[in-house]
Write a protein that binds this ligand. Structure first.
Ligand code: BQF
Length: 285
């Protein structure tokens, strides 16, 4: 039987540490960090995520500025807002909630957010910095996963790490962070020949594909650490991960649940990036 990693508890302690630091910034320098959150259209999942981010800002003591734009917003209107926020000194971090409506090119938007305010770490400059290992902003979800692994006390050095999924937001940066900690990293994807065999070798298995219950207990090595980044909404409205929790938890040493695993950590690491942005952009470190 596994230990269930409590992402809510770990995220709470990260947020509490940030809350203390935010109060110190206020006391020493009179600075309150500001996060701009842009949402275009009315996707219900995006609305929940944006609310989670605003709530976290309030908790740690940051100002949040929501820009809720209608679905019909044009790319140039959105770029105009971003340009304004890039030049607004109250704003330390800018986040544009993805996915965007189909008539807006996400890459164009990401490329136009100032790399200094890019708290999602999606801008090519920040992606490059992550690749090199010299970065201020950590990609939120992979950074959250690293914190969860650290909370188990398992050392990544020399371990077989298998990442299932190769997205720019999770799989690719996740692999880089594990590599920086000297894991031996394998990235699997839809064309991988024998997914079961690859997964079965993993001491640390990260599932980030967006296929409900893809990873089953018989694909997991006894005693592995299993981190489920999946966030799939089933027809019955329930959230479900990429890992079949019931069978996997019989084999893994540590496993994250969905919800209450990686999700809350993504939000906590966004707060971390916003704090970093405030310190760096205001020359406080
Ligand atoms: C939880 C996200 C897919 C695509 C775009 C807490 C969140 C989720 C779950 C959350 C996510 C997922 C976010 C839980 C932000 C994580 O208790 O399990 C928090 O708000 N997330 C996002 O902004 O964009 C996404 C997943």
């Amino acid at each position: 039987m596994s230990n269930i990693i409590d992402g809510k508890a770990v995220s709470q302690s990260v947020k509490d540490r940030i809350k203390v630091e935010a109060a110190q910034l206020k006391e020493k320098y009179g600075v309150t960090a500001g996060l701009a959150v842009i949402i275009v259209g009315d996707d219900p999942a995006s609305r929940i995520y944006v609310n989670n981010k605003k709530k976290a800002c309030e908790y740690v003591g940051f100002d949040s500025y929501e820009y809720a734009l209608p679905e019909e917003t044009t790319e140039s209107e959105l770029l105009e807002l971003i340009s304004k926020l890039n030049n607004d000194d109250r704003i330390d971090g800018i986040l544009c909630q993805l996915p965007l409506p189909k008539h807006i090119d996400e890459n164009v938007i990401i490329n136009n957010i100032s790399p200094y305010k890019d708290v999602d770490a999606f801008h090519p400059v920040n992606v490059g910095k992550i690749m090199i290992g010299d970065y201020n902003f950590l990609p939120c979800t992979p950074a959250g996963v690293m914190e969860l692994i650290a909370s188990t006390g398992v050392d990544i050095k020399g371990k077989e790490c298998v990442v299932v999924g190769r997205s720019n937001i999770v799989g690719k940066p996740m692999s880089m962070l594990l590599l920086h900690k000297s894991g031996t990293v394998t990235i699997c994807h839809s064309k991988t020949k024998d997914l079961k065999a690859e997964c079965k070798r993993a001491d640390i298995l990260i599932a980030a594909v967006g296929v409900p219950n893809l990873i089953k207990g018989d694909m997991i090595k006894e005693g592995a650490v299993v981190i489920d980044v999946g966030m799939n909404r089933l027809d019955n409205g329930k959230l479900c991960g990429d890992v079949e929790f019931e069978s996997a938890s019989k084999v893994a040493s540590y496993i994250t649940p969905v919800p209450g695993g990686v999700g809350p950590m993504t939000i906590a690491m966004l707060m971390q990036n916003t704090l970093t942005a405030a310190k760096v952009n205001r020359n406080l470190i």
